[in-house]
Design a protein around this ligand. Sequence first.
Ligand code: AMP
Ligand code: ZN
Length: 474
Amino acid sequence: MSIQLFNSATRTVEPFTPLKQGEVGIYNCGPTVYDYQHIGNLYAYIAADITRRTLEYLGYQVNQVMNITDVGHLVDDADTGGQDKMAIGARREGIDPLAMAKKYAEQFMVDRRKLNIQDPHIVAKATEHVPEMIALIERLIAQSHAYAAPDGVYFDTTTFAGYGTRLNPEPPESREAGARVEVNPNKRNPFDFALWRAAKPGDLQQWDSPWGRGNPGWHIECSAMSMKYLGETFDVHTGGEDHLFPHHECEIAQSEAATGRHFVNYWMHNHFMRFDSAKMAKSSGGFFRLDDLIARGHDPLAFRMLALGVSYRKGLDFTWDSLAEAERRLSAWRSQIRDAAQRTTAEAPVQDDPIRSAFTAAISDDFNTPRALAQAEAAMKLVNSTDEPSRRRGLGLLFDMDRVLGLGLEASATATDDLAPDDERLFDERVAARADGDFKRSDELRVALEARGIKVKDTKDGARWERIAKGSAS
Ligand code: AMP
Ligand code: ZN
């Protein structure tokens, strides 16, 4: 089945055709590791993960590359004294930037894995690719697309026709933010952007270069690393909607100016996750990390379930209630799957199973995860059915769909004995009391288990348990 995806470069949904038949190269703009990633950042990587998993599900061999920005990302992109995020973080923590970068990059990978986000095939650190960036800047200077100034090297945006409008309908000049760009006298044009910045006294990260000691600009790292690993033209480039301008416009300009070739065929941008209350605003001191959700008793995969409930192109309004709702849905699926799996085995779906076909159609339609979840619900109905062949088919369908959804559904089928020892003892005692006809004791134990978050259900196949989903924790 051919996949349709929304390409920010054309602002239309297009059929996807890879450069090489059966293979796809994907570059994800990675995080700047000067602080913990919040759940909004992680949401962007769930979207990227769904893209990769969908393409793999459809039979493509994917090569996924993600960068780690551990240098050179200014807080604002104005190149007029904006502060380096890495320097801010390192000073805040009193450690050197590389130690700080390592800490946050590792935590990011841990969080990703908790969300069943697959590791990219290549994770490329900016600090390990400075020579490639310098070489690219030299190419641009040699072709008069860039010029050296006293405070660094700049890309001359007037040498690239249509700068700033390849992904964005309005030209940079008409942007409100653009109008506020302060004039740096070292730049030839207000929108020129830094490829290299001359070291300032006290700069913690600096390298030698043909233009003296300094550090690379943020945009150049993504061009240098993506082209190194995926070639000068590649298939898919992802990032959050904030990267539409200037980051990705700068990447296009400098890459295409250097190579004379088309840079990326499909640009994908996830819309933002929005937070529900003022207390979560960054300005008032905090945003939520995955560990904050876990500390409130939530399963990380409930967050993944929540993310899948809305298209990546709509973005997500995060609320504690919606997280609890997603968690209830996930735990209901898990316990129903566990129940069915105790009685029957899964049967791999046939290629033209109508539910499988509808699922494939949904994910192929610009990664329509809400519609895909609706097909998973259809499979859940089969799982809950009274006849054995339907249950077998339902389980098989769900496990197959989970190659894309990544909700760990197959693991939940076998998770029969993950009660804490004390809970297990109470559960066993209750089973025994009921078997003895001591209903008073059995009821007491049921209530006791409920108080501990375990709901007991008596089915014709014996007692089963499920976790009671957390209510709103706010
Ligand atoms: P950064 O470290 O700021 O470059 O962010 C890492 C990734 O997270 C980028 O692709 C951003 O576009 C994305 N991102 C940042 N904030 C959000 C948000 N609230 N919702 C979704 N994606 C976000
Ligand atoms: Zn990038």
